[in-house]
Design a protein around this ligand. Structure first.
Ligand code: GLC
Ligand code: CA
Length: 585
């Protein structure tokens, strides 16, 4: 790894949109660091590890939920928005974390989970108490479809839940079903009720007044449901209908986000950052959501590139990744948001398998593929996100049996698919599916060092630690200039010191090449070229590119190169080799 000095370049020019120059780091608190030996990560654990984040150089932490929760979905089921779950600590711990981060020049963005609450939230308890409860209409209640008899098939519509089964659950007490797009312990709020919206805005203001710097909004494009709740299309091989056409970016979503902006962000938006998670987002929709004139969100997370290896049966089935498709997707998003709006850039989060195992090669080319994938992502236009452990090149987990899994999504899927099918072959196939596609890959503990349990906890970890922590850990990488960690540091630093990374125009080269990912970033003064071989076989550059490099790029500096021992011949890229060049325009 080489990083030429960048300091002669002017430091970042002032921008009123500070988050365009920022790198965000996501902390999934349950798996980050445990301070009290109960086997579960906590807020004090994060405070104790702030040196690591400062050393990496990131600007913002997105903290996954720490609110009071029965932990059915690890905190994405909130029962009190105003309190911290004792598993994670206290409100005082959180205040201390905010202050400690601010003292180090970092900002804290909290997760906002308001499409649904926990079924143990007081609002839902009151709502379910009777059909005439004052909060009945705060959630989405419907009569059975045909008669008063509650049998399978009598749900109000055919929508499936993201976590298997129907999206409806019968409440025996009142004889109606409530909607839950996620688990049955995550009932959907009724955003069409103005009291619900007011209660949410009040809570958001309370958190901002407490000093946090913005929100990552969980499945926020699902808040407005089509009023008729029509049946969704039943896609090949599935039991339940797909309701996304009727709640993905539904009829009032833009109106509600604009109202939220007025009620919560107005007057302080320049200090804040907002990002909305949107399973259904297209580039066209993202332009609307992130157009600053519309006053909705700063950026969105879309899912296009992380769906490209899904097989016909969805995320737990695989198809080979086609690099041409990956590049086409990225280029489409880069272009769509080039003049209006802004991209967020991610490979990983707490819901995605580890990128080095998924799109890279975690055996023969672990270092090379981790650094190459990081580079092609970070040097595009947009705000990059690093998920905890990604900066170490953490890999998927070698799960051995169903007892190693914790995530309700994987477990529900496995047991539902297994029902009525006792063949061990099917079980093995299902297990393989959740082992490669499951969210628990992202949730194994952060590997701090080579001690038992990787320095994550002194107790029994809530989920097994990856055995590769013996060699793959932060302690081994922190001071090694040839580590994945050092490479990520260089990428963060490059974004901070080289303005073309922030606003240079993006141009994809060799779009049809099945192995090479090549693009340029260009401003009036500077150009960068990123060249990566995303495959395990060497690849010669095509004639046109080789000529371009021999002419206009002949005296370009090599800013980054993940094969430091050999100089680059500008003719060919070795397996997972990546090079970043810079020249003046
Ligand atoms: C989002 C979260 C995921 C959670 C779901 C329901 O997709 O990222 O972890 O399970 O929403 O809240
Ligand atoms: Ca703990």
């Amino acid at each position: 790894m080489t990083l030429q000095p960048l300091l002669r370049h002017p430091s970042l020019r002032p921008t009123d949109e500070w988050w365009k120059a920022a790198v965000v780091y996501q902390v999934y608190p349950r798996s980050f660091a445990d301070s009290n030996g109960d086997g579960i990560g906590d807020i004090r654990g994060i405070i104790n590890r702030l040196d690591h984040l400062e050393n990496l150089g990131i600007d913002v932490v997105w903290l996954s939920p720490v609110y009071t929760s029965p932990q059915d979905d690890n905190g994405y089921d909130i029962s009190d928005y105003y309190a911290v779950d004792p598993t994670f600590g206290t409100l005082e711990d959180l205040d201390e974390l905010i202050a400690a981060m601010h003292a180090r020049g970092m900002k804290l963005v909290m997760d906002l989970v308001v499409n649904h609450t926990s079924d143990e939230h007081a609002w839902f308890q009151e709502s379910r108490a009777s059909r005439t409860s004052a909060k009945r209409d705060w959630y989405i209640w419907r009569d059975p479809r045909t008669s008063q008899e509650h049998e399978a098939g009598n749900e109000p519509n055919n929508w499936g839940s993201f976590f298997s089964g129907s999206a409806w659950e019968l409440d025996e007490g009142t004889g109606q079903y409530f909607l839950h797009l996620f688990s049955r312990k995550q009932p959907d709020l009724n955003w069409d009720n103005p009291e619900v919206r007011a209660a949410i805005y009040k809570m958001m203001n309370w958190w901002l007044d407490r000093g946090i710097d913005g929100f990552r909004m969980d499945v926020i494009s699902f808040i407005s449901k089509h009023p008729g709740l029509p049946d969704g299309p039943v896609e090949n091989g599935t039991t339940w209908g797909n309701g996304i056409p009727f709640y993905g970016s539904g009829p009032h979503v833009h109106e509600y986000l604009q109202e939220m902006h007025r009620e919560v962000f107005r007057g302080r938006e320049t200090e804040l950052m907002t990002v909305g998670e949107m399973v259904d987002a297209t580039p066209e929709l993202a332009r609307l959501y992130t157009d600053p004139d519309r006053k909705e969100l700063d950026m969105v997370f879309h899912f296009e590139h992380v769906g490209l290896d899904h097989g016909p049966g969805g995320k737990f089935t695989r198809k080979a990744l086609d690099l041409v498709e990956v590049k086409r997707s990225f280029a489409r998003w880069q272009e769509a948001l080039a003049d209006v709006g802004w991209n967020s850039l991610y490979w990983n989060n707490h819901d995605q398998p580890r990128v080095v195992s998924r799109f890279g090669n975690d055996t023969g080319y672990w270092y090379e593929s981790a650094t190459a994938l990081a580079t092609v992502l970070h040097l595009m236009r947009g705000t990059p996100y690093i998920y905890q452990g990604e900066e170490l090149g953490m890999t998927n987990m070698p799960f051995e049996g169903i007892e190693d899994f914790r995530d309700l999504e994987s477990l529900n899927y496995y047991y539902e698919a297994l029902t009525g099918n006792d063949g061990s072959e099917a079980a093995a196939e299902l297990l393989a599916g959740i082992a490669t596609g499951g969210r628990d890959n992202a949730r194994t503990p952060v590997q701090w060092d080579a001690t038992p349990n990787a320095g994550f906890t002194t107790g029994d970890p809530w989920i097994p630690v990856n055995p590769n922590h013996l060699w793959l850990n932060a302690a081994a990488q922190r001071t090694d200039p040839g580590s994945v960690f050092s490479w990520y540091r260089s990428l963060v630093r490059l974004r901070h010191e080289e303005p073309v990374v922030i606003d240079g125009r993006f141009t994809l080269l060799c779009p049809e090449d099945p192995q090479l990912f090549v693009y340029t970033r260009t401003s009036e003064t500077t150009s960068l070229m990123v060249l990566a071989n995303c495959s395990t076989t060497p690849r010669a550059l095509n004639l046109q590119l080789a000529r371009e490099l021999a002419m206009r790029w002949v005296s370009a500096e090599v800013l980054l190169h993940n094969h430091p021992e050999k100089s680059w011949d500008r003719q060919e890229l070795r397996p997972w080799e990546v090079v970043v060049l810079r020249r003046s325009a």
